[in-house]
Design a protein around this ligand. Structure first.
Ligand code: SAM
Length: 335
């Protein structure tokens, strides 16, 4: 697709065009993944963060957030619960918490790897030195999620303090791929100051990086951040960007994110019908589950909760897809 075709799709409100886009995305998805929707277990291991992203409730300047971090035993407990439910992928996500040194994180990975030799371990722990990534990979982690957030430099500067740069983020992503991780990039939809041209740049960046996973979700305001009074990103633009990503990177694994389930009660189902093929219900222990407040009103009940696996599977079936509990590794791009 050329630039003006992509921009046209981003801006259109023509229902027929939008429906045709979603149909094309579903067809592209089925060529690679058939009717499978992969189910992963998400464990939010810490809400401490040294960064100060202007959009995120975990930012270090937010003194209103009660902080927690899980111990290695608690993390293993979540994995055991997930394993009993049938999960074959554990996704460990957290803020950039200095407590999780390379060594400590490697110990967590080793402990999970020893007990669950066949499961996939996905990390989403932000930007780290390349030597940390190498250690994590060597220790047994398989996948790494690190959204680029926006591929436009001046937009990136409006969302982050000067210490965080787009070039560092991109470098981390290319390094992760080179090390051998199945790598996930991604971006927020309609974050403050974003333009349709920025979204086009996001798509072009993905085409260049060729990530195995793509995380896309609407920006949602969090009241204790500088962006607390900005408008939330729309469901429609989020669905269109999922569909465009699916069509242009058909081999990617694309989650129907919690943010999309938060912006609309049937957001996840609509995302699956627009080209998403992963869901990540939450395995985080109940006593801290409500503290991972990256944005307000985050969905934590119903199909967000791992213990409601029957409901989750039922919802996937109702969209015309099948819940697939296998590891669901990324497929290699066909030429
Ligand atoms: N520290 C890790 C990182 O930066 O990749 C993982 C945790 S971070 C909270 C996970 C993702 O949450 C970010 O990549 C960002 O896209 C998303 N996020 C943070 N604040 C958000 C907001 N207000 N609205 C929507 N998504 C948000």
């Amino acid at each position: 697709m050329n630039d003006s075709e992509i921009l046209h799709i981003i801006k259109t409100s023509d229902n027929d065009e939008i429906e045709a886009l979603f149909t094309k995305a579903r067809n592209a998805q089925e060529v690679y993944y058939g009717k499978s929707v992969y189910v992963r277990g998400l464990i939010e291991i810490t809400n401490h963060c040294k960064n100060d992203c202007l959009y995120c409730g975990l930012r270090c300047s937010n003194s209103n957030l009660k902080r927690y971090r899980l111990s290695i035993d608690e993390i293993l407990g979540c994995c055991r619960t997930g394993d009993k439910l049938g999960f074959k992928t554990f996704v460990l996500q957290g803020g950039e918490d200095p407590h999780f040194t390379a060594q400590r994180t490697a110990e967590v990975i080793t402990a999970i790897r020893c007990e669950f030799p066949d499961h996939a371990i996905t990390l989403s722990l932000g930007e780290r030195p390349i030597s940390d990534y190498e250690l994590f990979y060597k220790t047994g982690a398989n996948r790494y999620l690190l959204r680029h957030e926006t591929a436009n430099d001046s937009h990136y500067k409006k969302l982050h303090p000067p210490a965080q740069t787009l070039s560092a983020r991109k470098k981390a992503l290319y390094s992760l791929k080179e090390i051998g991780f199945q790598t996930g990039a991604g971006f927020m939809i309609e974050s403050p100051f974003q333009t349709p041209e920025n979204l086009l740049e996001d798509i072009r960046f993905l085409e260049d990086l060729q990530p195995q996973m793509i995380g896309i979700g609407p920006f949602l305001p969090q009241k204790d951040t500088p962006f607390g009074s900005f408008k939330a990103g729309s469901l429609l633009t989020s669905l269109k960007m999922i569909a465009l990503s699916r069509i242009l990177l058909p081999h990617a694994l694309i989650p129907a994110s919690t943010a999309i389930g938060t912006v609309s009660p049937n957001g996840r189902e609509l995302a699956l019908k627009a080209g998403a093929n992963v869901v990540m219900p939450n395995l985080t222990p109940p006593h801290v589950k409500n503290l991972y407040i990256i944005y307000d009103n985050k969905a934590v009940l119903g199909d967000e909760a791992a213990e409601n696996l029957t409901l989750i599977k039922e919802k996937i079936t109702n969209t015309g897809y099948t819940a697939d509990m296998s590891r669901g590794d990324a497929l290699v791009k066909k030429d």
